[in-house]
Design a binder for this molecule. Structure first.
Ligand SMILES: [Zn+2]
Length: 336
């Protein structure tokens, strides 16, 4: 089967094409493959790669990627767009974050391994075929289904790399993020795992600007967040010169340099009136945990000034569960 690079090179100018990248087979014999949409502009230009999901239960990005690809008019474009709606069809089919066959988080396996587990093979096939043609990658995510959040951005910085933080902040600004979070690779992450195995970081290692947009809540379609992402992708494509017109950036961004989870000590039902994007002063109670007779067991208080990135809406909590995701250190950043 023709690979994506060759297919894009040979495609007629001003056309839209569909295909799939083969990965392997289920025990039943059904094929495992990664679908893609290629939109090749009438004129030459850069290539924007949009990946709809790496985590199988994160759905707003899949819809946004498809809507964006199918709304493009290739005859007006200078350059191309490659959309891969999912990097993990095994997890999508199972409505799970991780790959059921090997229990891996595929976003910790890039650039993959052609002879490894199923997740490694899928990430290898995807990365090998698409990164050589890409000039920018947007990796779409959501928070998990237990949380409410406003869309926000996360970008990694590679020390000494050729992609600058200013460039990444500008690219993320088109999505009007609640916050734009710098995530250091190498230090301890907010969650365990191999952060360097993320698709966006592997693109940065190749000198390709890449970042993540977190689009609200998982396992669910939120039409306003899908629309926001399509708008952001359209503006980014205009900034890159692929689409006509200009797209002024969203000028003020809250650049976050430290984030953390807030975990509860009590078990019961968590309640909060706060929402993603809210700024909260140190000492503020952001919610309570009550028992099943309504008696308060714990007041959850923040120890520093915070921006709430996401807050738990599934109230059922055990000791140690996450009730909020907050920014603890940030500054205003003006996008030039
Ligand atoms: Zn994710």
């Amino acid at each position: 089967m023709e690979n994506v690079q060759d297919r894009l090179a040979r495609a007629a100018a001003g056309t839209r094409q569909h295909g799939k990248i083969p990965v392997g087979f289920y025990a039943s014999g059904a094929e495992i493959a990664l679908p893609y949409i290629l939109v090749k502009g009438a004129q030459r230009g850069p290539c924007l790669w949009v990946n709809g999901q790496v985590h199988g239960d994160e759905l707003n990005g899949v819809m946004a990627a498809i809507d964006f690809a199918n709304g493009l008019r290739p005859e007006t474009m200078s350059g191309s767009v490659v959309v891969t709606p999912t990097a993990n069809p095994m997890a999508l089919d199972s409505r799970r974050k991780r790959t059921p066959q090997d229990d891996q988080d595929i976003d910790q396996t890039f650039p993959g391994n052609a002879y490894g587990f199923l997740s490694d093979r899928a990430s290898h096939a995807l990365f090998e075929q698409i990164h050589p043609v890409a000039n920018c990658l947007v990796s779409l995510h959501t928070m998990n289904p237990l949380f409410q959040a406003k869309p926000y951005a996360v970008y990694k910085v590679r020390q000494g790399g050729k992609v600058t933080e200013d460039h990444l902040l500008k690219c993320t600004s088109f999505f009007q993020p609640s916050v734009s979070c710098r995530m250091d690779v190498g230090g301890a992450g907010e969650l365990p795992g191999n952060i360097a195995g993320a698709i966006d970081y592997q693109c940065l290692l190749k000198g390709i600007p890449a970042f993540m947009i977190e689009l609200g809540k998982g396992s669910y379609i939120e039409p306003e967040n899908v629309a926001l992402a399509v708008n952001g992708l359209t503006r980014l494509a205009a900034f890159l010169g692929i689409l006509p017109g200009d797209a002024p950036p969203f000028s003020e961004v809250r650049r976050v340099t430290r984030r953390s989870w807030v975990n509860c000590g009590a078990g019961g039902l968590f309640r909060s009136e706060y929402r993603g994007g809210d700024t909260v002063k140190a000492g503020t109670a952001i919610g309570i945990v009550m028992d099943l007779t309504g008696r308060e067991q714990e007041t959850v208080v923040l120890d520093t000034d915070c921006i709430i990135i996401g807050v738990r809406r599934d109230p059922v909590v055990h000791t140690g569960d996450r009730v909020a995701f907050v920014a603890k250190e940030w500054s205003g950043y003006t996008v030039a």
